[in-house]
Design a protein. Structure first.
Length: 274
């Protein structure tokens, strides 16, 4: 008799609110197909009050790990067994992986952004000056990575000074960007599908020659980037960051080298089809 076919799938996924349009599903499923791995990546809508129950479900159902997106990156830390040194320094977790029965939190956002900035944007952070919109989990990760990479100046634009951890600029309506910054980063969720908006700044203060980055992957050409590009800025979308941070999580969950080219190609096909 032949060997019985196994229908067991190893589960991973993303927990967030909203999460239905999260393109990580497309990227990860393409990676599993490329390597013929018996994994499935689920997009799971989780309200803030349900996060603790969701993590207990991850444990009970034997998930290999999960990603966390808005609004769970900070709150999830209290539900885990351990967080890495980098995630602790950042104060946010976007990737959870299993070690035996323990759930460990890591942050791959900053590393993904930094690789995209260097490889796709051609920007060396050493000695550079950066202005970052927002002070949430993505902003924290980016600022920590930039600091470790030798950035000379980092300013955080936010409405609440208490959440800033670097040079602070109060975010007022129509904020005019100060002189002296070479790179502008939108690390807020403003413009994330289905929101068609863009951060409330004076786009006349975006100067030709600046590099302008958006962490939002959906849509890749956000209203923020289109406006900055019309002012002569070089623009970097969120797809590179998404792929780079995703490859780290993929390797933590599967133990296999991530097929990054296939992951990027799947995302590009998805957005071309829309």
């Amino acid at each position: 008799m032949g060997k019985a076919k196994s229908y067991k799938l190893d589960l991973v996924g993303v927990l967030g609110h909203p999460v239905a349009e999260n393109p990580t599903v497309v990227m990860m499923e393409a990676a599993f197909r490329e390597l013929r791995l018996p994994f499935s990546y689920l997009a799971i809508e989780v309200l803030p009050e349900g996060l603790g129950d969701a993590i207990r479900g991850v444990r009970a159902m034997g998930f290999k790990g999960v990603n966390l997106t808005i609004p769970h990156k900070v709150e999830v830390m209290r539900h885990l067994d351990e967080v890495t040194e980098k995630a602790s320094l950042i104060g946010a977790v976007n990737t959870v992986y299993r070690v035996g029965d323990r759930l460990v939190g890591e942050n791959t956002d900053g590393a993904g952004f930094l690789k995209s900035l260097q490889d796709d944007g051609g920007v060396d952070p050493r000695g550079g000056s950066f202005i970052v919109l927002g002070a949430g989990g993505a902003s924290r990760a980016i600022c920590v990575e930039l600091s470790l990479a030798g950035a000379a100046r980092i300013a955080i634009v936010n409405r609440d000074e208490g959440r800033g951890r670097a040079e602070y600029i109060a975010w007022e309506p129509g904020l005019r960007l100060p002189e002296g910054f070479g790179v502008l980063v939108n690390a807020t969720s403003v413009g994330l599908y289905p929101d068609p908006g863009k951060p409330d700044i004076d786009y006349g203060s975006v100067r030709s020659g600046m590099t302008v980055c958006d962490v939002i992957p959906n849509p890749p050409r956000s209203a923020f980037l289109r406006e900055a590009e019309s002012r002569g800025a070089s623009c970097l979308d969120g797809l590179g960051m998404l792929v780079n941070q995703g490859t780290i999580g993929f390797e933590l969950w599967t133990g296999e080298k991530a097929p990054s080219a296939a992951m990027r190609a799947a995302l590009e096909r998805e957005f071309r089809a829309e």
